[in-house]
Ligand binder design. Structure first.
Ligand SMILES: [Zn+2]
Length: 133
């Protein structure tokens, strides 16, 4: 069973997101027709229904707007606690929901600087989080 079918070219039109991530780039799609910038990446613009989208870089850094700590109901394969945050990106108008890693819950603060961390996961797949920095 493939736990990450969204990274497979045959199953997902937004697979370039993962190719970019392998290169250390966090990206999303921007509509060439109306300019709408959306997270997560789309195949069709939800504002104008155009499928003429381009990939844009979201940069590496941001800051924690707010965060929460998950102690129970942790999915298989993850160690607790999990820290989830809304990260305000430096070089984009977007705020995205992401995990914070390499920090304890006591170390994470609102307003804390974070930067992108790309992580390899089984089956030659990648995911991302943010770490202090
Ligand atoms: Zn559009």
């Amino acid at each position: 069973m493939d736990l990450f079918p969204q990274q497979d070219k045959e199953h997902n039109k937004v697979y370039p997101f993962y190719d970019h991530l392998r290169d250390g780039r966090l990206t999303t799609t921007k509509c060439r027709a109306c300019g709408a910038l959306k997270w997560p990446p789309r195949t069709v613009c939800p504002e104008c229904m155009s499928d003429d989208l381009e990939w844009v870089d979201l940069g590496q850094g941001g800051k924690v707007e707010i965060f929460t700590v998950e102690e129970v109901g942790i999915p298989m394969g993850f160690e607790k606690p999990l820290i989830h945050a809304l990260v305000v990106l430096d070089n984009s108008p977007l705020t995205i929901f992401a995990r914070i890693v390499d920090a304890s819950p006591e170390q994470v603060k609102e307003g804390m600087r974070v930067k992108l961390k790309v992580m390899k996961i089984p089956r030659d797949r990648v995911t991302f989080a943010f770490k202090p920095g």
